[in-house]
Design a protein around this ligand. Structure first.
Ligand SMILES: [Zn+2]
Length: 280
C-alpha cells in the first residue's frame, strides 16, 4: 500500500496488491471521513492507524461507493460506531451476495477471516445527499454504469470528485451497464472537476479530465464494435481472448496483470448480451 496527498486535507491510499484500488480519507472539522477501504485486512488496518497517528483527529463517517469486495471489505478496520453512507442498492446487493462472496474469499485466503461486512446505515434511495462537515461539504450522488449501485462523492471546496469504479483505468462494465457507464463518463466530462480520484489507477489531474474521459468513452465504443464484429463473423470466445487492449486505445497495462482479463470480460459480456438480443 502506498499513499499520497491529493490536497492538504485529502489523502489517497492505493493497494499495490490488488489492481491499484484506491481508498480516500478527508480530514474535516468534524473528523475524518473515509471513502472505501482496501480489500486486504492488513492494508485497511494500516490506513486506519496511519490516519489516527498522522492527523490526531477522530473518525467522523464512512462512505462506501459500491458493493464490490475490493472497496467494501476494508471498512471493517474503522470504528464500529461510524455510520456508513451508501446507496440503498448497495445495501441490497451486500445483503444478497455479501456473505456468500466473503465466505468464498475466506476460503481462498484465510486473511479475510477478520473481515466483517459493513452495510450502509444511511442508505440513499435516489437523488443527492449533502454531508456538511464544517470546512468540507461532501455531495454524494449516483454514478451508475460499472454497477447500478455506484455513487460518487464531490468534495465541493476542493473540486475533487471521488468516483468509485464509475471511473477506472480500464472502464469495467462486465457486471454493469454499457450505456449507463457511457452516460456517467459523459456527465463527469461535463462536470469538469479539478481532480478525479478513480476507483483504480492514478489520480486524474486538472486539464486531463476531458481527455481521459474521452479515452474511456472511446474504449467503450470500441469494445462494443469488437463484440459486434466477433458475433457477426462467428468467432468463438477463445478468439475474443486474443483482442488486445491496445486496439481500443488503452496503450499501457494500467491495472497490472489483471488488465487483459478484465478487458476480455468486458467484451464477452457485450458479446453475450448482443447474442441474446439477436436470438430474441
Ligand atoms: Zn467495482
Amino acid at each position: 500500500m502506498y499513499w499520497e496527498r491529493v490536497s492538504e486535507q485529502i489523502y489517497l491510499f492505493t493497494s499495490d496488491r490488488y489492481a491499484l484500488v484506491n481508498s480516500v480519507a478527508v480530514v474535516t472539522d468534524r473528523g475524518i471521513i473515509a471513502i472505501d477501504g482496501l480489500p486486504f485486512p492488513d492494508e485497511a488496518k494500516q490506513i486506519a492507524r496511519f490516519l489516527e497517528v498522522r492527523t490526531g483527529a477522530d473518525f467522523y463517517s464512512l462512505i462506501l461507493t459500491h458493493h464490490h469486495m475490493d472497496h467494501a471489505y476494508g471498512l471493517f478496520a474503522f470504528p464500529e460506531r461510524l455510520d456508513v453512507i451508501g446507496s440503498e442498492l448497495c445495501r441490497q446487493r451486500l445483503l444478497e451476495v455479501g456473505e456468500a462472496s466473503l465466505a468464498e474469499a475466506r476460503e481462498s485466503d484465510p486473511a479475510f477471516e477478520e473481515v466483517t461486512l459493513r452495510l450502509p446505515t444511511i442508505a440513499l434511495e435516489s437523488g443527492e445527499f449533502t454531508l456538511d462537515a464544517g470546512n468540507k461539504t461532501l455531495r454524494v450522488f449516483p454514478l451508475p454504469g460499472h454497477t447500478s449501485d455506484n455513487i460518487g462523492v464531490m468534495i465541493e471546496e476542493d473540486d475533487v470528485l471521488i468516483t468509485g469504479d464509475a471511473v477506472m483505468a480500464i472502464p469495467i462494465i462486465a457486471d454493469g451497464d454499457w450505456e449507463q457507464e457511457i452516460e456517467t463518463l459523459e456527465r463527469i466530462r461535463e462536470m469538469e472537476p479539478d481532480t478525479v480520484v478513480q476507483g483504480h489507477g492514478e489520480v486524474i489531474l486538472r486539464g486531463e479530465v476531458k481527455t481521459v474521459m474521452d479515452e474511456y468513452i472511446n474504449y467503450l465504443h470500441c469494445i462494443r464494435k469488437e463484440a459486434e464484429v466477433a458475433l457477426k463473423k462467428g468467432r468463438d470466445r477463445k478468439e475474443i481472448w486474443d483482442i488486445p487492449l491496445e486496439r481500443c486505445g488503452l496503450e499501457r497495462v494500467p491495472l497490472g496483470i489483471a488488465s487483459h482479463q478484465l478487458h476480455v470480460a468486458n467484451i464477452l459480456s457485450l458479446y453475450d448480451r448482443l447474442k441474446a438480443e439477436r436470438e430474441g
